[in-house]
Design a protein around this ligand. Structure first.
Ligand SMILES: *[C@@H]1O[C@H](CO)[C@@H](O)[C@H](O)[C@H]1NC(C)=O
Ligand SMILES: *[C@@H]1O[C@H](CO)[C@@H](O)[C@H](O)[C@H]1NC(C)=O
Ligand SMILES: *[C@@H]1O[C@H](CO)[C@@H](O)[C@H](O)[C@H]1NC(C)=O
Ligand SMILES: *[C@@H]1O[C@H](CO)[C@@H](O)[C@H](O)[C@H]1NC(C)=O
Ligand SMILES: *[C@@H]1O[C@H](CO)[C@@H](O)[C@H](O)[C@H]1NC(C)=O
Length: 200
């Protein structure tokens, strides 16, 4: 082999490495939400499945090719660092039904707004207590019923908690609390609204 031959092969090698690097870079640019995992997508789809969505607010939530990045779905926001779902903003979307327990998979959730929907008197799910990163929780005017789960005591990072309702007694089983023993655990709380909650 002559010297120029070796040089030539080196050049080809360098070009190949550069090319591979470019492909990886382009793939990443096309897909900035590398973190919206299959698991999170499944959780969101299960959540959708438990709801009646007469206004088609969740139309973008699907498995079609153009929708396969769940960070682009309406009301869903992902962390720019980790790609995980950190925010669900679904207030006032005419959603009706109950919350799928699969939602618990969204362990990075910091912000959950389900206000002004209709959860048909169902209980606030206990598993909300496992969203340990939650800072904002708004379930106001969402027609939840039954006892406020004491598991809220786990939400030690919570800054905003709104469980209020404007329609006190709209059904027999309005939201109530036997005690508020869980409240002192929420030491970061800046805003609390429990109006119309039955505390008797
Ligand atoms: C991610 O960055 C975009 C653009 O800067 C911003 O609009 C969006 O709010 C950020 N997402 C979160 C969850 O902070
Ligand atoms: C939560 O949703 C309600 C209803 O759409 C809206 O009024 C409220 O501003 C939202 N909260 C925040 C902090 O965006
Ligand atoms: C929660 O949502 C209601 C809409 O039902 C809104 O009026 C209220 O300001 C929100 N609470 C907080 C703490 O953002
Ligand atoms: C609340 O926190 C405790 C202690 O960290 C844990 O054992 C429990 O499973 C948590 N409860 C929920 C509903 O996540
Ligand atoms: C809530 O506070 C009580 C009293 O300080 C403590 O014993 C309990 O472990 C706390 N619960 C959680 C889940 O942090």
């Amino acid at each position: 082999m002559t010297l120029t031959n070796i040089d030539h092969e080196k050049q080809i090698y360098c070009f190949k490495v550069f090319y591979a690097f470019l492909v990886v870079l382009l793939l990443r640019m096309n897909n900035p939400c590398i973190g919206c995992s299959e698991r999170e997508m499944q959780a969101l789809l299960a959540f959708k499945q438990g709801l009646v969505d007469d206004d088609n607010s969740l139309l973008s939530w699907g498995r079609e090719v153009q929708n396969k990045d769940c960070c682009q779905w309406d009301g869903v926001y992902c962390s720019n660092h980790t790609g995980h779902v950190v925010k669900l903003d679904l207030g006032d979307q005419s959603l009706e039904g109950t919350i799928s327990p699969k939602l618990v998979e969204l362990q990075d959730l910091e912000y959950l707004n389900l206000s002004l929907n209709n959860f048909r008197g169902s209980q606030i799910p206990d598993f909300i207590g496992s969203f340990s990163n939650l800072r904002y929780l708004n379930l106001s005017n969402a027609k939840f019923g039954g006892e406020i789960p004491y598991q809220l005591e786990n939400l030690t990072r919570l800054e905003y908690l709104d469980l209020s309702s404007d329609e006190y007694g709209w059904f027999d089983d309005s939201i109530y609390a036997k005690n508020l023993n869980w409240l002192p655990n929420l030491s970061g709380l800046k805003h609390l609204d429990l109006s119309s909650t039955n505390l008797s």
